[in-house]
Write a protein that binds this ligand. Structure first.
Ligand SMILES: [Zn+2]
Ligand SMILES: [Zn+2]
Length: 319
């Protein structure tokens, strides 16, 4: 796939000297809660509802005294040399209120500060956005060659503690870059945040039944039964949201054959919703990535049966 195939535009770029794999961090002006909140809202406004393209800076920062020969730092410096000046990845970020020490743990946070924070300012990268969807930019092209000298200088020619918002002109040349999906272990953080909302809301029991039918009954490999229970409840809550959106949009019809209960004149007293099934299109992706309302479909009972019969045939065919 290419950048232009993503469901949302790439709205901003992050310049980093270390590649972020699980989170992207930003340093607020000081360690106070208000500085953190301000930094978080600025970054969130910059990426909005879009993706962020990660660029690796030409230079590599010097670590604090005592870390000059740290083996991990030396390894990172070596990796940096290969990536300098290149576009390396595209990420979707979650605007989560969790500070970095909660995402990576207190011990790792402490190590990072020892190594990279300025003396007395132990809040480096403390505003962190978990990466919930991630793609490698194939071939890791040089940003200057893709953007041209002028845009490149404008975007990356100065230091900045925030993101670099992209204009339509900046977006055009990157649209054709090829992507390859990467795992995003922090997708779980977004799922957990949603789970709390799901627990507080009322979910239509019919929705739950249909979703439970589509999702495997037992936890997939590497996931505890407790976590799987949360994933299932969140999926039902998302599905309910999906139906409400369709209701509001006036599109309660079958997504396959376009059967529309509202067009039949003999259904007085029968709700259109009761004639349509809810179907989960990517049940095996649940808990692995941050699924959205786009992962559901409304189907008439016949199309729903056909869909499941096909799925069974495919599973049997591939075994
Ligand atoms: Zn149908
Ligand atoms: Zn189904």
């Amino acid at each position: 796939m290419r950048i232009s195939d993503l469901p949302k535009p790439v709205t901003a770029s992050k310049a980093d000297w270390l590649a972020g794999t699980n989170w992207l961090g930003f340093t607020p002006v000081d360690g106070s809660a208000s500085a953190r909140a301000k930094c978080q809202s600025t970054i969130n406004r910059q990426f909005g509802n879009g993706y962020v393209i990660e660029y690796i800076t030409e230079s590599f920062s010097a670590p604090n005294p005592g870390f000059e020969n740290d083996p991990q730092m030396l390894e990172e410096r070596k990796n940096h040399a290969e990536l300098a000046g290149r576009f390396i990845a595209v990420h979707r970020l979650l605007n989560s209120p969790r500070p970095l020490h909660e995402i990576i743990g207190g011990e790792e946070f402490s190590c990072l500060q020892d190594q990279w924070a300025k003396p007395g300012k132990r809040h480096r990268w403390s505003v962190a956005f978990p990466i919930t969807e991630s793609y490698l930019v194939k071939g890791r092209p040089k940003a200057k060659e893709i953007l041209g000298e002028e845009s490149y200088g404008r975007l990356y020619g100065h230091p900045s503690a925030t993101l670099r918002p992209l204009s339509n002109d900046d977006r055009a040349p990157i649209a054709q870059l090829e992507l390859e999906k990467l795992p995003a272990p922090n997708a779980w953080i977004g799922i957990e945040d949603d789970f709390e909302k799901a627990e507080r809301s009322e979910i239509d029991p019919r929705t739950r039944k249909l979703i439970d039918h589509d999702l495997p009954a037992f936890a997939i490999e590497g996931m505890t039964a407790e976590r799987w229970g949360k994933v299932r409840l969140r999926a039902s809550w998302l599905a309910d949201t999906f139906i409400r959106q369709r209701h509001k949009a006036g599109t309660l019809n079958c997504d396959d054959c376009e059967f529309d209960p509202a067009r039949r004149s003999d259904l007085q007293g029968i709700g259109p919703r009761s004639l349509l099934d809810l179907h989960h299109k990517a049940p095996l992706e649940e808990g692995v990535r941050g699924t959205t309302t786009a992962d559901f479909a409304l189907l008439c009972p016949t199309c729903h049966r056909i869909t499941h019969a096909r799925l069974r045939l495919n599973v049997a065919g591939s075994a």
